[in-house]
Design a protein around this ligand. Structure first.
Ligand code: DC
Length: 222
């Protein structure tokens, strides 16, 4: 399918991929606001699926059981609020239990198939959006108008996370490196840069600087 048909189906899509803690969400939300688009955090959907498995007593690593459950889980991502089967799970999906297990659930191809369909439907309903994740420019919206690969050094990513939620920088850095390794080495839709993505290294940049830079890129792409 060509770019024009995709644009007709999905409108203006900006794909933001990159490793955990690189500033994708902050930049994505600010960019969406600046451009008058809605913002979708697809990581929240993988987290919601993980929470649902834990609520139902389904072992996260049990591929078949998680695959059977996935189509039935009702997930609503409404701005930064997330409802799972009608219950507000905004805080729980960011907690330790979900964070520790989400990579396993995200590596399940059946989960990915269900969520990719829902991500496309979400964008089709709104006629576009700023969509953030790991495989947005490579798999979900390969013809997105603008693809960004947002990154920063593991140390800086760890320092930012500790600034937000506390903890020990060395430990957080080690867990970030481990999660990157897992997300980049899985068989299905591993984290990787789309060939046509623009790399934005946010090390040493403020959010406003990054957003200004990206708006400039979008104008240049037009
Ligand atoms: O962005 P995050 O840390 O909330 O993402 C949670 C997990 O989901 C992380 O292990 C990567 C995975 N993920 C994914 O595999 N594909 C996406 N499009 C988004 C997130």
């Amino acid at each position: 399918m060509g770019l024009i048909e995709h644009e007709a189906d999905w409108g203006l899509v900006i794909a933001i991929d990159g490793p955990a803690g690189a500033g994708k969400s902050t930049v994505g939300r600010a960019l969406a606001e600046r451009l008058g688009l809605e913002y979708l955090d697809t990581g929240a959907m993988y987290r919601a699926m993980t929470f649902a498995a834990q609520q139902r007593g389904v072992t996260e690593g049990d591929l078949a059981a998680v695959a059977e459950m996935a189509p039935d889980v009702d997930i609503v991502v409404d701005g930064s609020r997330v409802l799972v089967d009608g219950v507000d799970a905004t805080a729980e999906i960011r907690g330790r239990a979900v964070t520790a297990a989400v990579s396993q659930v995200a590596a399940n191809p059946a989960v990915r198939a269900v969520l990719v369909d829902r991500q496309r439907a979400w964008v089709a309903e709104r006629g576009g959006g700023v969509v953030e994740g790991r495989d947005i420019g490579t798999v979900v919206f390969p013809d997105a108008r603008l693809k960004l690969y947002v990154t920063a050094s593991p140390r800086v990513r760890a320092e930012r996370r500790v600034g937000e939620i506390g903890g020990d920088v060395d430990e957080v850095e080690a867990s970030i490196i481990e999660r990157d390794r897992h997300d980049s080495s899985r068989a299905h839709s591993p984290l990787s840069e789309a060939a046509d993505a623009i790399v934005v290294d946010t090390t040493g940049m403020t959010v406003d600087e990054v957003v200004d830079h990206v708006v400039g890129l979008l104008e240049a792409a037009r």
